[in-house]
Design a protein around this ligand. Structure first.
Ligand SMILES: [Zn+2]
Length: 237
């Protein structure tokens, strides 16, 4: 038996013993399906935001931080499919979900010719302690895959998190802002970033406080511009 055939058989056995299931609805996945079943994939609430027209994410930052353009990929609904996906991605060690979403989002961006002028894609960093605990930054793979599709560089080394803030789910805008203030920093000597257009990427945007804190650090670099992309958008209230 060839090694390839053996691997295929092992794979099939694995599928029977540990059936691959949809991260949205728990149904068994068919061959060719990956992460989501066809039904869930169809049900994902895409925002249809684009980088040419104003949208709800832009309006979060108006009058607060000079973000060039912002958009979110999907809507986050409290009991829905996206909540499940992001929960698996963030807390259940399923890092590959980020790559799946990044390919999907990146494909759409590329197809529509958007974000062609981005130089570098930068994920919102985790504090080293949190990184060690989780083992990965849940935004990194999404950001890396998007960068690949739009033909930009990817860099996770020079924006760092210096303050280990608590999870922010239950805080209001003011407390979120207070707690993420001074939480980020740039690694020294960032002259090579002058006049670059950076796409800052986060998992979920609620009040925009985290993005604002990061952007304010990045915008200290001469001539640098910041645009924003998040996997999901939560509407407050
Ligand atoms: Zn499903």
């Amino acid at each position: 038996m060839t090694p390839k055939r053996l691997a295929k058989i092992i794979n099939e056995i694995n599928n029977i013993l540990l059936p691959r299931v949809c991260f949205g609805c728990n149904a068994q996945l068919f061959r060719g399906e990956h992460v989501l079943c066809a039904v869930c994939r169809h049900d994902v609430p895409l925002t249809d935001h684009n980088y040419l027209e104003e949208n709800a994410v832009d309006r979060i930052f108006y009058g607060r931080t000079p973000i060039k353009k912002a958009a979110s990929f999907v809507f986050f609904s409290k009991n829905g499919l996206v909540k499940n996906l992001l929960h698996w991605l963030k807390y259940r060690n399923q890092e590959q979900i980020g790559g799946f979403l990044g390919d999907w989002c990146g494909d759409l961006l590329k197809e529509s010719g958007q974000l062609k002028d981005i130089d570098v894609v930068v994920p919102v960093p985790l504090h080293p302690k949190k990184f060690k605990k989780r083992g990965y930054n849940q935004v990194a793979l999404f950001a890396r895959h998007v960068a690949g599709h739009i033909g930009a560089d990817y860099c996770e080394d020079w924006l760092i998190k210096t303050k280990n803030t608590k999870t922010q789910t239950k805080k209001n805008r003011q407390t979120r802002w207070e707690s993420s203030k001074d939480a980020f920093a740039l690694e020294t000597s960032q002259q090579h970033l002058n006049y670059k257009h950076v796409l800052l990427v986060d998992d979920v945007i609620t009040t925009g406080a985290t993005i604002e804190s990061c952007a304010q650090i990045l915008l200290q670099v001469e001539g640098l511009e910041v645009s924003v992309l998040s996997m999901a958008l939560v509407s407050e209230g």
